[in-house]
Ligand binder design. Structure first.
Ligand code: PEP
Ligand code: MN
Length: 317
């Protein structure tokens, strides 16, 4: 963005005011023409606020590609009765495996301080032969389990066809990593008007992630919480590469609601607690972990689920 100055303008004052808005600036002079350019890593800025500065002639440059996301800056997010912030804990099984199973997992999640119950009723699976969730029945089991413990509920929506029935039970709709750029799905989810947890696509840039959030908000969604869950790395040692730098960027430079899912990032339970601590240190509003009373019998993602003793150890830290 380029801020051009009137001939009588005090360039130091204009630049000082821009820096006071948190912007990084560079002065440009070409003959009599003077301007101040906004450079990286500046936060988003409202061009009208710049136009209002005394001495400014014009503000030139590209508009933000995600104005509705920018407008979320500093917004507190409420899901059900829970206001996210300071590392709110979201926990639950990878998949809702049975009615008794989700009640047991919810009891475990609640006992370690989770305020929101997670769990998949519709599961995206790499293999078409893997367990892919119990669908609508699982939504009812999960709602009852969340209510039994006074928790809010978040679950993934995989198809436009499922939006209504998921929105009728859940407080918060999850977009999975594999669907971050499924624009028809984003539009359909947006129309439900609920808060959305937007997982980062496994090979998505931050800008693509923000623009996916814009799709949701433009379609009428409630607040969008950006969930970092690791991007594809080069090293098979980790399931994914947890990009905490982007969490800091979203939280501190862009003021966005942001959370971290360390379970899907590392894929192994022993590393999850350290990354929960790291996520909170970097400013995550919430963290989401998979828990299971008996991970060895889990129908999906057993190796990364915290068992009872690991979940209790996490709660003590
Ligand atoms: C999940 O959280 O259930 C899930 C499938 O995660 P992701 O979309 O991040 O792989
Ligand atoms: Mn999982």
């Amino acid at each position: 963005m380029l801020v051009t100055l009137r001939s009588e303008a005090d360039a130091d004052r204009v630049e000082g005011a821009m820096r006071g808005m948190g912007l990084w600036t560079r002065r440009i002079a070409d003959g009599d023409a003077r301007a101040v350019s906004v450079v990286a890593p500046s936060p988003p800025v409202d061009p009208d606020a710049l136009r209002a500065l005394p001495g400014v002639a014009a503000v030139l440059g590209r508009k933000s590609a995600h104005p509705r996301v920018d407008a979320q800056r500093g917004r507190a997010v409420r899901v059900g009765d829970v206001t996210l912030g300071g590392g709110t804990l979201i926990a639950g099984p990878c998949s809702v495996e049975s009615e008794e199973g989700v009640f047991a997992a919810a009891a475990l999640a609640a006992s370690v301080g989770a305020r929101v119950l997670r769990g998949g009723a519709f599961k995206p699976r790499t293999s078409p032969y893997a367990f892919s969730g119990h669908g609508e029945a699982a939504l009812d089991w999960m709602r009852a389990a969340a209510d039994a413990h006074g928790m809010a509920m978040v679950t993934e929506v995989m198809s436009e066809l499922d939006v209504e029935r998921v929105a009728a039970r859940a407080d918060w709709l999850q977009v999975g990593s594999r669907n971050m750029q499924n624009f028809a799905l984003l539009r359909a989810i947006g129309t439900a008007g609920l808060p959305v947890m937007l997982k980062r696509g496994m090979a998505a840039t931050v800008d693509e992630w923000l623009q996916a959030g814009e799709h949701l908000l433009a379609a009428g969604s409630g607040p969008v919480v950006f969930c970092e869950r690791g991007v594809r790395g080069f090293d098979p040692e980790m399931r994914n590469l947890l990009d905490l730098g982007s969490v800091a960027l979203l939280k501190h430079a862009l003021g966005q609601p942001v959370m971290v899912d360390p379970s899907h990032a590392v894929g192994r339970r022993d590393l999850v607690p350290s990354l929960v601590a790291a996520a909170i240190a970097v400013g995550a509003d919430a963290v989401m972990v998979e828990v299971h009373p008996d991970p060895a019998s889990a129908l999906s993602d057993g190796p990364q689920a915290l068992d009872v003793s690991a979940a209790l150890a996490l709660a003590r830290t």
